[in-house]
Ligand binder design. Structure first.
Ligand code: SF4
Ligand SMILES: [Zn+2]
Ligand SMILES: [Zn+2]
Length: 313
């Protein structure tokens, strides 16, 4: 297959667009898609302070690299959740630190142990993800707010967003649907704006970018991510996409076009908010979900104030 733009050998076939691209044209395509998402959804400007949540995976490191290349001067944030099985957190941290060093980029490292005294594996439950996701969201948001960052970026790509959308639709999670967005404004002084600059790129495109750039990333997923329902939805969507290229993109962009339908729900959800008695984070209860967790009264995780959507395993 030849590149549709310059006729050199193609490195990828973009089936949804019915065209192949060579390495150089693909690189330009990725940068253009990300810049387009940032502008179209008014995510941030070059004058704003940008924090990128990096896990060591291909999407977040690729995003950090892209934002630096586009001249946004992003700072990275790695949150060590204390996942010691297979040395996951330790290895991820090393990968992130090596990347930051090699590019001369600023990196902030936070650790759950500094806040709670131990790692997430010590919560004594079989299923870690809901609590881990909640704690990670809390720590990333708090670091962004206290560090004076205007925006917190995550590496969610189109496949992630389409899978979450499918899950929310199948379960008619109207509250989550109201909040799912490429950019979520900071609607409380203790919340930062959230943005997902990779939403116009598929997982395959994002992975290929990271590989072609020679970025060393953590290629083993978190040992607790196995069996996550998001992966089932991704597989399903890929099957549909194979038969009908462009479905994922259509599913997501048409949802964004019709998001106004859920506006009333989003407004209602914000009513009756208080501030956490311990940390000031918005909550519907006396203590926020994280403070209840830290204080040990976390048999019931309670209702977490939404500041985005689910964490990606
Ligand atoms: S898959 Fe994600 S949310 Fe679940 S334990 Fe691992 S890092 Fe935490
Ligand atoms: Zn080309
Ligand atoms: Zn709190």
């Amino acid at each position: 297959m030849k590149c549709k733009v310059c006729k050199r050998p193609a490195v990828i076939n973009l089936r949804a667009q019915n065209r192949g691209l060579c390495e150089g044209c693909f690189d330009r395509y990725v940068l253009d898609r990300v810049e387009k998402a940032i502008k179209r959804f008014k995510m941030f400007t070059r004058k704003e302070k940008v924090l990128v949540a990096v896990s060591g995976g291909k999407d977040s490191l690729g995003l950090w690299d892209i934002l630096a290349r586009l001249g946004y001067n992003p700072t990275g944030l790695f949150v060590d959740m204390g996942i010691h099985r297979h040395g996951h957190s330790e290895r991820s941290r090393k990968v992130v630190e090596a990347f930051a060093r090699s590019r001369g980029l600023e990196l902030i490292v936070e650790s759950l142990a500094d806040w709670w005294g131990k790692g997430i594996e010590e919560i004594g439950r079989r299923v870690l993800c809901p609590t881990c996701g909640m704690a990670k969201r809390y720590l990333t948001n708090r670091t962004a707010v206290e560090g004076g960052f205007h925006v917190l970026c995550t590496g969610h790509n189109l496949d992630d967003e389409a899978a979450v959308l499918l899950s929310n639709t199948l379960n008619w999670q109207v509250g989550y649907l109201a909040r799912q967005s490429p950019v979520l404004e900071a609607w409380h002084p203790r919340l930062t704006r959230k943005a997902k600059p990779l939403v116009l790129l598929t997982e395959r495109e994002s992975a290929l970018y990271t590989i072609l750039r020679g970025i060393e990333y953590m290629d083993e997923p978190c040992p607790y991510s196995r069996g996550a329902t998001t992966l089932v939805y991704k597989r399903l969507l890929n099957q549909v996409e194979w038969r009908s290229p462009g479905t994922k993109q259509r599913f997501y962009t048409l949802f964004l076009k019709n998001k106004g339908l859920f506006e009333g729900v989003a407004r209602e959800e914000r009513e009756g908010l208080k501030e956490c008695e311990r940390c000031g984070q918005p909550t519907w209860e006396g203590l926020c979900a994280f403070c209840r967790f830290v204080e040990g009264s976390h048999g019931d995780r309670g209702r977490e104030v939404p500041e985005g959507d689910q964490v990606r395993p």
